[in-house]
Design a protein around this ligand. Structure first.
Ligand code: SAM
Length: 283
């Protein structure tokens, strides 16, 4: 069939199946072939690759992925889309559709032991952070994650210390991967149009982590505490976090050893400094 990236073809399919867009599932389908080609190029897919797609929708991006990759495993929550995908992907025999909530699927199991994958998706924006954090923290063996996200989230993912967008998400991304913004994407590339700007970001997993830390979980618990109350000092954030048990003295002593002011805020610390602070508090 002609590709769904042609808006006319998308409209025909939507009408044929009497499909009602569900806002609660973040359904904004791509209708621009140039944007899709950019995503495919950035994701650098070849016939050796297994691609995990999150939220195939009516299969617009999936059609291109199926042509470029060896295998595509696409996870879609909306059961109303199953008959649509049967038709739009009928000519590809390398696509497996899983009708599940991506947050409940064990992706490691889907890929199979010892295998790797690339993740490519136009994400449902209402769950971008849990999806990305899940992929990174659960050590899904993805060499890269190339995704469409809300522009503001893309800015947060690649923010540097001291900037207004810098926070727990920036630190988590920088610990696991190198972020690169591939393109900004205007609203008119989607149907229906979202009411926020969008961007494609590629996260390439580090071969080796950029910092060594004794207790990874503790470092991320400290990071979460430090940004929990943005206007507070780092010291107060950590002291007030119900999931941590440190006194003011413990924290001031650790900051002192690091040569940092006791009134410093979380947004001023680099990933290396959070790792160092975590190692001091771990003792
Ligand atoms: N890939 C299609 C495209 O680019 O045109 C659709 C992208 S649309 C932004 C997001 C898709 O994710 C929708 O099809 C939606 O139903 C699906 N989705 C939403 N929540 C999901 C979840 N928890 N698990 C799996 N898929 C989900």
């Amino acid at each position: 069939m002609e590709k769904l990236s042609n808006p006319k073809v998308t409209i025909e399919i939507i009408k044929k199946y009497n499909f009602a867009f569900q806002k609660r599932f973040g359904q904004n389908f791509l209708i621009d072939s140039h944007v899709i080609e950019k995503i495919i190029r950035a994701a650098d897919i070849n016939k050796e690759d297994t691609v995990i797609e999150i939220g195939p929708g009516i299969g617009t991006l999936t059609q291109y992925l199926a042509e470029a990759a060896g295998k595509v495993i696409a996870i879609e929550i909306d059961k109303n889309l199953m008959p649509v995908l049967d038709e739009t992907l009928a000519e590809y025999d390398n696509v497996e559709i899983i009708n599940e909530d991506v947050l409940k699927v064990d992706i490691n199991k889907l890929i199979g032991e010892g295998k790797t994958c690339k993740v490519v998706a136009n994400l449902p924006y209402y769950i971008t952070t849990p999806i990305i954090m899940g992929l990174l923290e659960n050590n899904v063996p993805a060499s890269s994650i190339t995704v469409m996200v809300q522009k503001e989230v893309a800015m947060r993912m690649q923010a540097k210390p001291g900037s207004k967008d810098y926070g727990a998400l920036s630190l988590a991304v920088s610990y696991y991967a190198e972020p690169y913004i591939v393109a900004n994407v205007p609203e008119n590339c989607f149907m229906p149009r979202p009411n926020v700007g969008s961007a494609v970001i590629k996260l390439t997993r580090w071969g080796e982590k950029p910092v060594n830390v004794e207790n990874e979980k503790l470092m991320f618990d400290i990071i979460r505490a430090s940004f929990n109350q943005r206007r507070k000092t780092l010291q107060n954030g950590i002291k007030n976090a119900s999931w941590l048990d440190y006194s003011k003295e413990d924290i001031v002593a650790a900051l002192g050893k690091m040569g940092l002011d006791e009134a410093i805020r979380g947004e001023a610390l680099t990933l290396e400094q959070f790792a160092e602070l975590s190692d001091f508090l771990n003792k």
